[in-house]
Design a protein around this ligand. Structure first.
Ligand code: SF4
Length: 369
């Protein structure tokens, strides 16, 4: 057994550390990389980060990560045979890290450059409670509303640093009483509001809809050409109301994009959906078919992690996340507040730099869970 120091409980042989990250049993691919990237950004060059992990892969992966970024592992200690393991990592000078960043982040063929696109969860309450909801939204979910004043500051910073596209999602965004203000705050950007299209036909929500600029795109969930599958996944009667909502939005002059979420890509079902959308006049680029992610309420679907999700920085009222499907996954949390945006994008860029550097060397720093 190693001797632990008083107070912070780090091993004495680790030496002086500025701050400590306890990764539990996470490996680099399941979230440890984000934790240490966030912590490293708060240190000055030469300061030392202590990292603890009970996951055996860190014995090879953590020194590999440090080498890719230019940090030095100055001490390595096992609490006992078989771990957990402790590392003391001295932060690299700025030049080493920024060289890694600039060499990688903007050189990806298909990847959306970090900082161009932003997702906002306007709220988490919803009129539905879909069994596959990655956000764990429902009528009983805490609203966690995004404040218009925060949105003003977010979009000002986003626009100033070259942002182009904003996606506003939830929960059901039309349950946010100030949705109109949130959308207006993003004026000048390409704006898409994701909705189930079920609750904006009447009352104050109808007025919110009618008052939206017509360059706002509405992305509506519709899982199937006929009610059976959609209603099974999203609730009885939801298909008809979504369909009516699509027709209403189009009659008011909105461009409507349709998104289907499916456990299995049944080719016949998808083909039937396309035929239905042909009848409706929804253009091919405005159709999205995507798999269920095994996140939130979904107990099956595609497993997602840092290693198989391209980043789509996402803000909630109380934090920032790697991707909108992962806002209930603590391993994919980027920050504990939506601002400053520079910090959110900075964590993403630093993390991508390591992933890309690892890919170039052919080394698997990020293991499959
Ligand atoms: S999947 Fe969409 S419509 Fe269904 S509960 Fe979640 S947020 Fe609401």
């Amino acid at each position: 057994m190693v001797e632990l120091a008083d107070g912070d409980r780090t091993p004495r042989s680790l030496g002086e550390v500025e701050t400590v990250v306890d990764g539990g049993d996470m490996d680099c691919g399941s979230g440890l990389l984000l934790l240490i990237t966030r912590a490293m950004r708060r240190l000055e060059p030469g300061q030392v980060l202590g990292v603890r992990s009970a996951e055996v892969s860190v014995v090879s992966d953590l020194p590999a990560w440090a080498g890719l970024v230019g940090h030095d592992v100055v001490a390595e200690v096992a609490e006992s045979d078989g771990g957990p393991w402790w590392f003391a990592v001295s932060k690299a000078g700025r030049s080493a890290q920024s060289a890694a960043r600039s060499a990688t982040v903007f050189s990806q063929g298909e990847r959306t450059p970090v900082g161009r696109r932003l997702w906002i969860y306007t709220n988490f309450d919803c009129n539905l409670a879909c069994a596959y909801c990655c956000a764990e939204s429902s009528p009983r979910a805490a609203a966690r509303r995004f404040e218009p004043a925060v949105a003003d500051a977010v979009f000002e910073e986003f626009t100033a640093q070259g942002g182009r596209e904003v996606f506003l999602t939830g929960g059901e965004p039309f349950m946010h009483p100030e949705l109109g203000s949130l959308v207006a705050a993003a004026g000048g950007l390409e704006r898409t509001v994701l909705t189930n299209a079920m609750i904006f036909a009447r009352g104050s929500r109808r007025k919110t809809l009618e008052d939206l600029d017509r360059d706002v795109v509405l992305q509506v969930s519709l899982d199937s050409a006929t009610p059976e599958l959609h209603d099974r996944q999203r609730g009885t009667g939801s298909w008809s109301r979504a369909f009516e909502g699509i027709e209403l939005a189009r009659s008011l002059g909105f461009r409507v994009r349709v998104a289907a979420t499916l456990y299995d890509e049944d080719p016949e079902g998808v083909e039937a959906l396309h035929r239905r959308l042909d009848e409706l006049g929804i253009a091919s680029p405005d159709r999205v078919v995507r798999p269920v992610a095994q996140e939130g309420f979904a107990d099956q679907g595609v497993h997602v992690s840092l290693e198989n999700l391209e980043p789509e920085p996402t803000l909630t009222a109380d934090g920032a996340w790697w991707h909108p499907v992962a806002v209930t996954n603590p391993h994919l949390r980027i920050a504990d507040a939506p601002l400053p945006l520079a910090e959110v994008f900075g964590v993403v860029r630093d993390t991508l730099a390591v992933q890309d550097a690892a890919a170039r060397t052919g080394r698997e720093v990020f293991r499959c869970a």
